[in-house]
Design a protein around this ligand. Structure first.
Ligand SMILES: Cc1cc2nc3c(=O)[nH]c(=O)nc-3n(C[C@H](O)[C@H](O)[C@H](O)COP(=O)(O)O)c2cc1C
Length: 188
């Protein structure tokens, strides 16, 4: 199984990356055969906004080539499972993740992500994780992807999410759902 884990936070070692790392480490311990995991942090990546040129409708790819989107799109297309995580900014995903999902319009016309498994992840200090997860879930549904489990956590300062027992439990359940130990769920 080829796994791509994307952290959308501008903080390379912030809570989003750390929660994703918990899922990745659990996956490595799960015994899933032929596991190949790639991790991408959007910290330091440039993903420009979709400019609605609509050229992707004909070309099947995004014609904006001067940033990191096409590299990430290529990796998404090669993956069986995509873990996509965002810090919560004003009760929704942050701008980098929104740019990424908007630019994936280029993959939507031919449903190039269809059937891929996805684990949406969101981390907030207090509230807004539900709305951010909703954005990620609606994106995955629009792309005909298969949502396995969503994982949310709480923390403000980097690392605090690791003390969130509920987040650790959700991460564990998500990995067990990937390996088939438990049924996919919590994805209303
Ligand atoms: C611009 C900005 C907006 C934020 N908005 C919210 C919010 O609406 N709700 C909340 O609970 N936390 C909010 N936070 C806090 C972050 O979600 C929280 O610190 C999170 O752990 C950051 O993840 P990171 O360490 O991966 O960047 C905000 C932080 C920033 C920088």
């Amino acid at each position: 199984m080829r796994v791509l884990a994307i952290s959308g936070s501008p903080q390379k070692n912030g809570n989003t990356s750390r929660l994703i790392n918990v899922i990745v480490r659990d996956l490595e311990k799960s015994g899933i055969a032929d596991l190949k995991i790639r991790e991408i942090s959007l910290a330091g990546c440039s993903i420009r906004p979709c400019k609605s040129c609509r050229k992707c409708m004909k070309e099947g790819y995004c014609v904006l080539r001067s940033d990191d989107f096409s590299k990430i799109a290529r990796r998404m297309k090669k993956s069986d499972l995509i873990i996509i995580g965002s810090p919560v900014y004003f009760h929704d995903v942050n701008g980098q993740i929104k740019n990424l999902i908007d630019r994936s319009y280029s993959l939507w016309h031919e449903r190039q992500l269809k059937g891929k498994k996805v684990i949406p992840v969101a981390v907030c200090a207090e509230s807004g994780d539900d709305r951010a997860l909703e954005t990620l879930k609606l994106w995955a549904q629009a792309q005909d992807m298969k949502i396995i489990r969503s994982v949310s956590g709480h923390g403000f300062k980097a690392g605090e999410v690791l003390k969130d027992e509920s987040a650790m439990k959700l991460a564990d359940e998500a990995v067990r759902a990937v390996s088939g130990e438990v049924k996919p769920g919590n994805i209303s």
